[in-house]
Design a protein around this ligand. Structure first.
Ligand code: AOS
Ligand code: ZN
Ligand code: ZN
Length: 388
């Protein structure tokens, strides 16, 4: 039997980070459908993230993307976040939007472009210093489209060089989260395609470099929970970028495409002690809400992570270990499936009520009038969106 008080305590303690770009307009290469009331600057994005936290009680951090969230004074932005009851989370360094990066950023064949990219990464560490954020998240769009276009090994050497320079600039309490991605925007080869490559670079760098697992960045059929278990056991699972994929890097709501996979991932997290803040796993969302309203979609996503976590916490670890040890295949599988089949929504509703929150945060959002207010207030100016 699971200790239900321990389950409840773990759920109360869990923290989920929402991304600033989820609150702005986004779309596909075919069309961006603008929505009314969307933030016009990073300050308004933080206000929306704070609303998600106020309703869920578990989302007190918001990731920024630089330069999408460029402001003159980052300490001031961090103070604004604190005033709204949230904090700045991971700083995402954007080295993929300038014309100079056509052939790559830190792996570009031109030394001047590599310098420019590293310069931006170092400037992002300054943002960490100013905001008090712990994590610099590095995702590189770098790669090649055609065999022969670039030299794979040379590009790996350039990558290692750039990472080492940025790593040397970190203070003792700061980390690099290195994200990998199988493909896109490069379609033949990416320079950090998989967890193995990311892990190898992190090992070379040192203990403050850890891997970020974006759940949408794998080939179909990849056993993501294996990756999670491995990295966690080696102390190198730094973060998740949670989202769902049906086909490619769809960035749909986490838990929408495959809630069972999310449960299996969270089971490995729980099993490996990853819920303990000391393990340093940052549970972030990396999503874009192209056609659905953004704030309720974020609330829904936070709840989806909570549900998968609750089910994973309900796995009877002792019974599972005994069945595994006895070689009882069906019993072991049944332990997992029983936990997965549990309806944890009443438990989560109860926990929210205990914290003085509404049991259904999406309904509470709709009843709050916030959507109407931002639609009325946020007129004029330019809405935030990709690249803004
Ligand atoms: C890109 O595919 C990655 O998921 C990155 O995390 C990226 O910075 C983020 O999705 C915003 O575009
Ligand atoms: Zn990501
Ligand atoms: Zn992605």
């Amino acid at each position: 039997m699971q200790d239900i008080e321990a389950v409840r305590a773990a759920l109360r303690a869990q923290r989920i980070e929402t991304p600033s770009w989820a609150y702005g307009n986004s779309g596909t290469r075919f069309k961006v459908f603008a929505q009314e009331g969307v933030p016009r600057d990073p300050y308004e994005k933080i206000a929306d993230a704070a609303r998600v936290h106020a309703l869920t009680g578990v989302a007190p951090l918001v990731s920024l993307h630089i330069p999408w969230d460029r402001v003159d004074d980052y300490a001031h932005l961090a103070a604004h976040a604190r005033d709204y009851g949230v904090r700045i989370g991971a700083i995402n360094a954007n080295v993929f939007q300038d014309d100079a990066y056509r052939l790559g950023s830190v792996t570009n064949p031109d030394a001047r472009v590599r310098r420019k990219a590293v310069h931006h990464l170092l400037a992002c560490v300054d943002v960490l210093d100013a905001t008090g954020s712990r994590d610099l998240k590095l995702w590189f769009a770098d790669g090649t489209n055609y065999p022969g276009q670039g030299d794979i090994a040379t590009r790996q050497a350039y990558l290692a060089e750039a990472l080492a320079e940025v790593y040397a600039r970190l203070s003792a309490d700061q980390r690099i989260l290195l994200e990998y991605k199988l493909f896109e925007p490069a379609f033949y080869m990416t320079d950090v395609p998989d967890w193995g490559t990311a892990y190898a670079h992190c090992l070379e760098l040192g203990p403050q470099a850890v891997v970020c697992v974006d759940t949408g960045h794998h080939a179909p059929g990849t056993n993501i929970e294996f990756i999670v278990a491995f990295l966690l056991s080696r102390g190198r699972l730094g973060a998740f970028d949670f989202n769902s994929r049906f086909y490619a890097d769809d960035d749909l709501m986490v838990g929408a495409a495959d809630p069972f996979q999310l449960f299996r991932i969270m089971h490995e997290v729980v099993r490996g002690g990853g819920l303990d803040p000391a393990a340093g796993v940052n549970f972030m969302l990396d999503q874009c809400h192209n056609i659905e309203p953004k704030i309720p979609a974020q609330i829904r996503s936070v709840a989806n992570v909570q549900e998968a976590t609750a089910k994973a916490l309900l796995v009877d670890a002792e019974e599972l270990a005994a069945a595994q040890q006895a070689g009882d295949v069906l019993a072991a599988n049944a332990v997992l499936m029983d936990a997965y089949a549990t309806d944890v929504r009443p438990l989560l509703r109860e926990l929210r009520e205990e914290q003085g929150l509404a049991p259904d945060p999406v309904a509470a959002y709709h009843a709050s009038g916030y959507a109407e207010r931002i639609r009325a207030e946020r007129v004029g100016g330019t809405q935030a969106g990709w690249g803004a």
